[in-house]
Design a protein around this ligand. Structure first.
Ligand code: SAM
Ligand code: SF4
Length: 471
């Protein structure tokens, strides 16, 4: 049954009308905002919406915190590390607030949705005047109006986790964009805080996704990354549709050249998704397929709902159907109860799969999750050593993987520029996510260029331009 809750059109219109009203006050004063984003692509996407709302309110974007009248920290709480960095950052702003009492400092994002966190932050940092969770971004105009009137505002969402459509957005990237297809997560992996702070999984309507992709492509975007904590379970809460169907349906959007998606949960990566990747020419040949561990015992304790053997079978099927496919993954070491033997099972899986890249993490206990209460927590020095060993292995595997590309010719979307003393090195990705560097000109940024890979250098591929192919 469809249990989704939507923010009403009238409510969005009310918030936008408030933006327009405040614009007359804010724009003439030349007020500027600065947003610092921590964490994953979801947060990057949320920050784009906040920038869109603030621009509509008349704020311009500042280049640094020192120049800003409003500073927002969009936070992450997936690991302890991100939290520690945030605390340091907020503490450091005390002086700035003292020299500019009109400065508004706000904290938003997942960490603020954690139980009791908002209250603790307001108490600990008196110079912070705005706190809100990731599910109430659409109410930013109303919250800011209250802050501008001298109130300290705290707003989180404990029940609705409603879907808000039709909000403005400002993008920094002119070629590539993220599009949410689901919000939240139902999986409750025992180590993970996400379902508690982002709520239960909600799928967006196909028509809304299609309209967003079409309008982005009409503006010149050619690469879209569909976002969800588990994109494969898209439409599980809708009367019809599936992720595979979505890929088929989006493949014909005019102007679209590359369709990416992340993350894929292995338990839901079915044969029809494999077929959809193989059969749709815009869908890129890269799957980010987080494995988390190579040990069946640990996978069970993590509540991942697949075995090592099932995971390897999916990899085998994908490689058979799409020979040039590349895989990336996420791995956690030092999960409670992980013995040396179990860790070695992760190492052997990494050897067996041959990932193009792996994002590796030491297990970080998150308050409120099941794993934080498990016995046999692993000492920090053991986690650190395992992480080091795993990273060393993956570095070897990356070198091996890179070596296979020498001589390959393919199209890159140029996404960055590395100005060296003697030449400009540009970099971009093949359709299957492999990154290549080549000597070029800064004006080629955001263009499509065909390159031939000449050699490998440490972790990267170095190529030369064969032709430019701008679309
Ligand atoms: N939904 C995505 C999935 O299941 O693949 C990932 C979301 S999470 C933001 C990104 C990664 O952070 C996870 O895949 C996991 O490897 C890592 N992670 C999550 N909770 C963690 C924890 N408590 N300690 C260490 N790493 C964690
Ligand atoms: Fe967290 Fe698991 Fe959901 Fe990913 S699938 S967000 S790791 S609970």
């Amino acid at each position: 049954m469809d249990q989704r809750v939507f923010v009403s059109k009238e409510e969005i219109e009310r918030q936008m009308a408030l933006c327009d009203r405040l614009h007359c006050e804010i724009a003439p004063r030349g007020l500027r905002f600065y947003i610092e984003t921590f964490g994953c692509q979801m947060n990057v996407r949320d920050s784009e919406t906040m920038k869109g709302i603030l621009a509509r309110m008349g704020y311009a974007e500042a280049e640094s915190k020192e120049q800003a009248d409003l500073i927002l920290f969009n936070t992450c709480c997936v690991r302890d590390h991100a939290e520690k960095r945030l605390m340091g950052n907020i503490g450091a702003l005390k002086e700035l607030k003292e020299s500019n009492p009109a400065l508004i400092i706000g904290i938003c994002g997942c960490m603020m949705q954690q139980k009791g966190m908002a209250e603790r932050m307001l108490k600990r940092f008196p110079h912070v005047s705005l706190i809100f969770g990731p599910n109430v971004v659409f109410r930013l105009p109303e919250m800011l109006e209250r802050v501008l009137n001298g109130e300290r505002v705290r707003m989180t969402d404990e029940e609705h986790f409603a879907i808000a459509e039709g909000l403005p957005r400002v993008r920094d990237n002119v070629r590539s964009a993220f599009v949410n297809i689901t919000y939240g997560c139902n999986n409750y992996c025992t180590y993970c805080i996400v379902p508690f702070v982002r709520g239960r999984e909600r799928s967006r309507d196909y028509e809304d996704i299609r309209a967003e992709v079409e309008s982005l492509c009409a503006e010149g975007i050619t690469e879209i990354t569909l976002l969800g904590q588990n994109v494969n379970s898209y439409a599980n809460d809708l009367p019809e549709g599936s992720f595979a169907e979505l890929l088929y349906k989006l493949n014909d959007v005019p102007g679209l050249k590359r369709l990416r998606f992340m993350s894929s949960h292995p338990k839901d990566l079915t044969d029809d998704v494999i077929r959809a990747i193989a059969e749709n020419d815009k869908v890129c040949h890269h799957v980010h397929l987080p494995v988390q561990s190579g040990s069946n015992e640990i996978l069970k304790r993590m509540n991942r709902k697949y075995t090592r053997e099932q995971y390897l079978e999916i990899i085998r099927k994908l490689r058979k159907a799409i020979p040039d496919i590349e895989f990336t993954t996420d791995i956690i070491v030092g999960f409670p109860g992980e013995t040396e033997e179990m860790f070695q099972e992760t190492m052997s899986l990494v050897r067996e799969v041959g990932y193009a890249a792996a994002f590796t993490f030491a297990y970080s206990p998150r308050f409120g999750t099941a794993a934080a209460k498990m016995a046999d927590q692993i000492p920090e020095d053991v986690k650190k050593r395992r992480l080091y060993e795993l990273n060393a292995l993956q570095a070897e595997k990356t070198v091996e993987n890179n070596a296979e590309y020498v001589g390959a010719v393919g199209e890159l979307l140029v996404e960055g520029c590395d100005q060296r003393t003697d030449e400009t090195m540009l970099y971009g990705k093949f359709r299957n996510f492999k990154m290549v560097y080549f000597a070029g000109k800064p004006e080629q940024l955001n263009q499509y260029v065909t390159v031939r890979v000449l050699r490998t250098s440490k972790n990267s591929l170095i190529g030369e331009q064969v032709e430019s192919n701008n679309g």
